[in-house]
Ligand binder design. Structure first.
Ligand SMILES: C[S@@+](CC[C@H](N)C(=O)[O-])C[C@H]1O[C@@H](n2cnc3c(N)ncnc32)[C@H](O)[C@@H]1O
Length: 296
């Protein structure tokens, strides 16, 4: 196990002791903030209010110092001039907020196991695939919680027909997600018994860390996807989790993404949003089921 890049909750990797940490960070001007804000909105849909100026400065300071740049304008120019897309990728990694947890907002998992799965079992022919998609999955806690819920509630035969897709914009958190290694304390919200059923304990240098067992990891397929891009799945999805992602988008961007989700779902498929999100005040074709739960 390699836990060198593990960072817990927000996915920002700590590079303690790097020489450039000691250099003073330049101040971001209003003009520089506006150019970077526009670029981030155009590329990732993320809307930064004027109050986020200091946050942006703090998140980019390390990159700017490590590259020996003198200003945020120089940094902006470097990102724009880089045809490889690596600088932009690093910028988007730095500005995305990746807060997540196992068993976050458990009402969705309870609704799934107590109502949706039993209904699907009755309605649908055996052998049909059940496809889930966690859009904005961060470091993996959400899709792995879903995998554990399915392993707990489905028969081994049914599990064979499950696919969980999990995507994010941030390439760093996706790498952590693929490893499936977490500080043991992060599993505390999970039901008792799951720690031993679904996790291996680290020993020696990995003491204090746990890793999801292969049966859980193998259920989830991670991939890089910017929700701003056009996307189409080869097969229709049954249930989309997009929780605590669109909260960072403005209404127009939200409407565009929600329309793409609608097209990706099969008729009757579900969309789950985060606890403080809703489709109020945006145009959409979904039917409201209950707070944060919608149906095609
Ligand atoms: C706060 S986390 C939510 C994680 C998880 N869904 C949950 O509720 O615990 C938001 C995630 O959305 C991702 N994200 C933000 N903008 C995105 C975009 N345009 N396309 C894809 N993912 C995006 C971020 O990288 C981040 O990992």
């Amino acid at each position: 196990m390699n836990h060198a890049s593990l960072t817990g909750g927000n996915g920002k990797s700590a590079s303690a002791g790097a020489a450039w940490d000691a250099l003073p960070a330049p101040e971001i001007s209003e003009k520089e903030f506006l150019s970077l804000r526009r670029l981030i909105h155009r590329q990732a849909g993320i809307h930064l209010s004027p109050q986020k100026k200091e946050l942006l400065q703090a998140r980019l300071a390390k990159i700017i110092r490590s590259q020996g740049l003198r200003s945020y304008q120089d940094y902006y120019r470097r990102v724009m001039a880089d045809d490889s897309g690596r600088e932009l990728c690093q910028l988007l990694n730095a500005i995305s907020t990746n807060q997540t947890a196992f068993w976050r907002e458990p009402a969705h998992f309870q609704l799934l196991s107590q109502e949706i799965l039993p209904a699907w079992r009755q309605q649908r022919r055996a052998g049909l695939c059940w496809r889930f998609w966690c859009a904005g999955c961060s470091s993996g806690e959400e899709p792995y919680t879903l995998a554990m819920v399915l392993l707990e509630n489905l028969s081994p035969e049914e599990v064979k027909n499950v696919r969980i897709y999990a995507s994010d914009l941030n390439t760093q958190v996706l790498e952590q997600a693929r490893q499936g290694i977490y500080p043991a304390a992060r599993t505390a919200p999970l039901p008792l018994g799951w720690q031993t059923r679904f996790f291996q304990k680290g020993v020696g240098r990995q003491e204090g860390f746990v890793r999801l067992k292969p049966q859980v990891r193998e259920l989830v397929e991670f991939f890089h996807l910017n929700l701003m891009d056009d996307f189409a799945f080869r097969e229709e999805i049954d249930l989309i989790f997009c929780r605590n992602v669109m909260i960072y988008f403005d209404k127009e961007t939200q409407a565009g993404v929600v329309e793409k989700f609608y097209r990706s779902l099969r008729p009757g498929g579900y969309l789950f949003l985060g606890h403080s999100e809703s489709l109020c005040n945006i145009r959409h074709h979904f039917t409201y089921v209950k707070p944060t739960v919608y149906r095609k």
